[in-house]
Write a protein that binds this ligand. Structure first.
Ligand code: AMP
Length: 405
């Protein structure tokens, strides 16, 4: 049993190979700057003796076709995979599934056509994901391929949460609505939380906070997402590394009229120059926390704005869920920043949230709880594993299609 997970970006290819029924990760790689003179490929894997090994290549990789070839050669050299034909399946991360996909699906011509149709909703991501699908199919035509969508987990959110208060025809004709992203991560950590709490997920209300360079929150009732903070695009919601999250939309009209900014400049401003970076010039939360601790004024603003927005979302999802059993922190910031976790839980004791400062300050790579004894709400730190989730959903789709494997 071997499942390969591919995450194809416009100039990068991330991949991870999972083995055996338990889906143990055995090799993972990253090919960057595809199409550039300075492309690089790195594979890390564990050899037969259990040692961590690396293979590296620095030479121009002109396109994704070549990138898949390089990946295949590296996997062969590592001894992990002789030929793509050995694979049970390939799972692809696809960013936008719109309203067409509520579940992962086996890829065929119709699925490819539907992903193409959704390009206007994700003009940067879906084309790159499609290249990965097409090239993988060329190299391994008989191997089942599965698309796992970032948006699919959020398709259960009800109309009152996904409709914008805009003229209704914009939803009907243009599909302008909230979709949500990071779905594989939210789904994965929610399931892990239920397992950790030894309670069926159907009986739990969970808030999951995926806090990385991109950040989003989700309200999950009985295993189904009922609201999430990202919207039609990943720009809405929480403050992020370089994205503004929620703002008054009239700011855009103001900037267009007063400063003459065009559509592309506004796009860059909100997606690339805002968020933490916009406030303090840095989007690295670790450095921001260090600077804030040294009383750097802008770093303190950035940290405070980030945590206050987060706290507001936690409160609003507690209301949406009608009470919550567990809050999960994940992503680079959620897993590692005790400061952020502490600040966004501060003063929430009357709402049932009591964080234990000592447990919160411990660094540990495993799933752990950080609430005080007696806290009504469990606070969990859970490392996310989107590739594992994609591999597991891929295996599920293939088994459902073929009968038990
Ligand atoms: P991700 O996009 O999930 O890889 O997360 C990236 C973010 O996690 C960056 O803002 C990093 O600064 C942040 N991060 C990683 N480690 C730490 C840490 N120990 N403390 C604070 N932030 C961290």
């Amino acid at each position: 049993m071997k499942i390969l997970v591919l995450n194809s970006g416009s100039s990068s290819l991330k991949f991870k190979l999972f083995m055996q029924k338990k889906l143990l990760a055995s090799a993972s790689g990253l090919i960057e700057q595809i199409g550039d003179e300075e492309s690089s490929a790195l594979l890390t894997f564990i050899d037969d003796l259990g040692n961590n090994k690396k293979l590296q290549l620095n030479s121009p990789i002109p396109d994704h076709r070549k990138a898949i070839k390089v990946m295949t050669v590296m996997l062969r050299e590592s001894g992990m995979l002789t030929d793509l034909k050995e694979l049970t399946g390939i799972g692809h991360r696809v960013v936008h599934g719109g309203e067409s996909f509520q579940q992962p699906v086996r890829i065929d011509e119709n699925v490819i056509a539907a992903i193409k149709k959704l390009i206007p909703l994700a003009p940067l991501h879906n084309p790159a994901n499609l290249i990965g699908i097409e090239v993988a199919a060329e190299h391994a035509p008989r191997i089942p391929q599965v698309a796992v969508f970032d948006t699919a987990f959020h398709q259960s959110i009800p109309a009152h949460a996904y409709l914008y208060a805009l003229p209704y025809y914009l939803y009907k004709k243009k599909k302008i609505r909230r979709y949500g992203f990071h779905g594989t991560s939210h789904a994965y950590v929610a399931r892990q939380a239920a397992q950790y709490l030894d309670t069926p997920i159907e009986e739990l209300n969970i808030i999951t906070l995926h806090l990385g360079n991109g950040a989003s929150a989700a309200a999950i009732q009985g295993g189904r997402c009922i609201d999430t903070s990202m919207g039609m695009t990943p720009l809405e919601g929480l403050v992020m590394g370089t994205r503004s999250g929620d703002i008054d939309p009239a700011i855009l009209f103001y900037l267009a009229r007063e400063s003459g900014l065009g559509i592309d400049e506004l796009d860059t401003l909100l997606n690339k120059k805002s968020g933490l970076k916009g406030i303090c010039g840095d989007n690295d939360m670790r450095r921001i926390c260090e600077s804030a601790a040294q009383e750097n004024r802008h770093a303190k603003f950035a940290l405070n704005v980030f945590c206050y927005r987060l706290k507001k979302y936690i409160g609003s999802y507690m209301a949406a869920l009608g009470g919550v059993d567990c809050i999960v922190f994940t992503g680079g910031i959620g897993e590692n920043s005790g400061t952020v976790r502490w600040k966004c839980c501060l003063g929430m004791e009357r709402l049932g949230i009591s964080l234990d400062s000592r447990k919160n300050s411990l660094q540990q790579n495993d799933i752990r709880e950080i609430q005080k004894k007696g806290s009504q709400i469990s606070l969990l730190v859970i490392p996310t594993d989107e590739e594992y989730e994609i591999a597991s959903q891929t295996l599920q789709v293939i088994s459902d299609n073929n009968g038990a494997l």
